[in-house]
Design a protein around this ligand. Structure first.
Ligand SMILES: NC(=O)c1ccc[n+]([C@@H]2O[C@H](COP(=O)([O-])OP(=O)(O)OC[C@H]3O[C@@H](n4cnc5c(N)ncnc54)[C@H](O)[C@@H]3O)[C@@H](O)[C@H]2O)c1
Length: 312
């Protein structure tokens, strides 16, 4: 199959393009920035442009079977982002994309929504895909609205779709353009021997899963032609303070933490029920948390060594 991965030079995109190539698919990447951590693979066709650029977008989706939409220029607590900018850049940009796909007769979209941002506060024992949605941030509202428009295009024009709601993926190459990724931030602070800022008292509960497992879920869904909405996550909750202790044990370097005020955009607990993905896709998060953190730590140290060799 021919894929166009929008945002393919980012953290998740770089892992997904690896997984797609490995599964024998053709990959075109559309992004406004180059990949930061690796030399470009000659196996990938790269096109550069902004989601707001209609001509570039039209060219990117021509001749493509499946579009994977990973572009987001915001995150739950992006500093200084105005809701109007969020809507114009991300939601309106995606609506134009859906129109372009219709014109180009591209039949399927995979969209990465957010399991952490669209449900809001937990009001039922389990956060499965039918849990009420009540986003606490502009990011979550835009993600939810995007999901709804994709479903509208399905009803009106037969566009096939798979929407993933990931919790907190982590792994190599997550070194934030955005302020996301507790594990990567904790490892980076450890490496620099700097304190890690934490919003709140560290008792909030989250679930984490390795980015390679996320890429595997997407490839599996496409190959099975699975449609619908799927939570993806580690399936188990862990408090932020316990993540910090675990990072300290794995790196052998205790991490200092600066606690600040909790943010109003963060629900206290968010642990996704991933049984639907297991039932339909046969998918489970396979990488144990300690093994994934160790892999990410080794990568980060190798990057730091390479950077200091380059400077020497
Ligand atoms: N990383 C997470 O914790 C997480 C969790 C849930 C959902 N998601 C979603 O997954 C998707 C990918 O996340 P990521 O962590 O890989 O992000 P990332 O920031 O690493 O990658 C996003 C890529 O999109 C590109 N991009 C951003 N705005 C663009 C624009 N207007 N036009 C063209 N390119 C643009 C960036 O250059 C970047 O390469 C996003 O939609 C994000 O909301 C991420």
């Amino acid at each position: 199959m021919r894929f166009c991965v929008l945002g393919g030079n980012g953290f998740i995109g770089s892992h997904l393009t690896d997984a797609l190539l490995q599964a024998g698919h053709e990959v075109r990447v559309f992004d406004r920035s180059p990949e930061r951590h690796r030399q470009p693979s000659p196996a990938i066709e790269r096109t550069y442009g902004d989601l707001r650029d209609v001509v570039a977008l039209r060219n990117a989706v021509v001749g493509i079977d499946v579009v994977v939409h990973l572009i987001s220029s915001s995150a739950p607590a992006t500093p200084g982002i105005e809701p109007a900018e969020d809507v114009t850049g991300n939601l309106v940009g995606t609506l134009r994309l859906l129109e372009m796909m219709r014109e180009a007769r591209c039949r399927r979209i995979i969209f990465l929504s957010s399991g952490g941002a669209i449900y809001g506060d937990q009001v039922r024992p389990s956060i499965d895909e039918s849990h009420p949605t009540d986003p606490l941030s502009s990011y979550g509202i835009v993600k939810l609205a995007t999901e709804k428009y994709i479903q509208l295009f399905h009803r009106l024009h037969g566009l096939e779709f798979t929407i993933f709601r990931p919790s907190n993926p982590y792994g190599e190459r997550q070194l934030g353009r955005q302020r996301v990724g507790l594990i990567s931030a904790a490892l980076a602070a450890t490496l620099r021997a700097e304190p890690l800022p934490i919003w709140g008292d560290g008792t909030v509960i989250r679930d984490f899963f390795y980015v390679g497992d996320l890429a595997e879920a997407i490839v599996t869904a496409v190959e099975r032609g699975a449609s619908g909405i799927f939570n993806l996550g580690g399936g188990q909750g862990i408090a932020v303070n316990d993540v910090i202790s675990l990072v300290g044990r794995i790196t052998g370097r205790p991490l200092r933490v600066h606690y600040g005020p909790a943010r109003p955009v963060d629900p206290h607990s968010n642990v996704l029920d991933v049984r639907h993905a297991e039932a339909v896709l046969g998918w489970r998060p396979r990488t144990p948390l300690d093994a994934g953190i160790e892999r990410t730590w080794n990568w980060l140290r190798a990057e730091a060594r390479a950077a200091s060799t380059d400077r020497a």
